[in-house]
Design a protein around this ligand. Sequence first.
Ligand SMILES: [Zn+2]
Ligand SMILES: [Zn+2]
Length: 242
Amino acid sequence: MLQSVTELTRNTAQLIYPDTCLICDSHEGTHRHGFCTGCHLAVTTDPFPVCPWCAQTVGPHTNTSTGCAECSGRSLGFTGAVRLGPYDGKLREAVLRMKVLTGEGLADLLGRTFAECRGTNLATSAIDVVAPIPLHWLRKWLRGYNQAESVARELAMGLKVPFEPHLLRRVRHTTQHVQVSRTARLENIKGAFRVRSGARLLGQTVLLVDDVLTTGSTASEAARVLRAQGADRVVVAVLARR
Ligand SMILES: [Zn+2]
Ligand SMILES: [Zn+2]
C-alpha cells in the first residue's frame, strides 16, 4: 500500500512536471530524477564544514568535539544532527516550494536525494526507526500533506529501516514565529508532542526528520519526549539548517 502510494506520488509529479526541473522549472538538461544538472549539483553539495551535534555551519578549523558556538553548553534533546545543506540558494528555494500541496513530489525527491547523499553517514548511527516531526492536524489539513513525512518516508526506504509516520503526534497547535527568541520558542513548543501509545522505544535509536532546523527547539522537545518514553538516542535529519 505504502509502496503504491509513493509510486503514485512519483508518477503524479512526472505528469505535473514533464521534463522540467522541480526546483527552477528549467527544461535545460533535466536530470532524469526531476532536477536539472545545476539544481542537482547545488542541493547535493554542502560546501561547508558542519557541527556534528547541531548541523550548523562552522569555520574550517573549528573544534566541534563538544559542539559549536551555537550548541556548546546547551542541552539539546538529540544526540546529533545531519543536514543535506545550509538553508540557502537552491536548497532554500526547494524547501519553500515544498510547503504547498504541489510540492509533494519535490519533497519525495529531496528525501531520496538525502538518502543517496547522507545514507552512509546515517548508517553509522544504527538507526532503528525513522519518524517525522508531525504537523498539527489543522496545519496538515490546510497544507494537504506534511513535507517532513514525505522526506522521512524516502529516507527510511533508502536506509531500509522501519518508518513510523505516526510515532509522534502534535497535540497542541503552536504559533510559528521565526523571529522570537530561543527561550520563547522553547516555552511555545513545550508539551506539544505525544508518543503514539503502544510504541516500543526502549533502547531504540530514532531518526527524527524535519525540513528545516532553526533554533533546534522543536527537534529538542520532540527528542525529549521520545527519550522519556525509553528511546536511547535520537538523531535529527534535516534538509536545511538555517
Ligand atoms: Zn533546476
Ligand atoms: Zn553545534
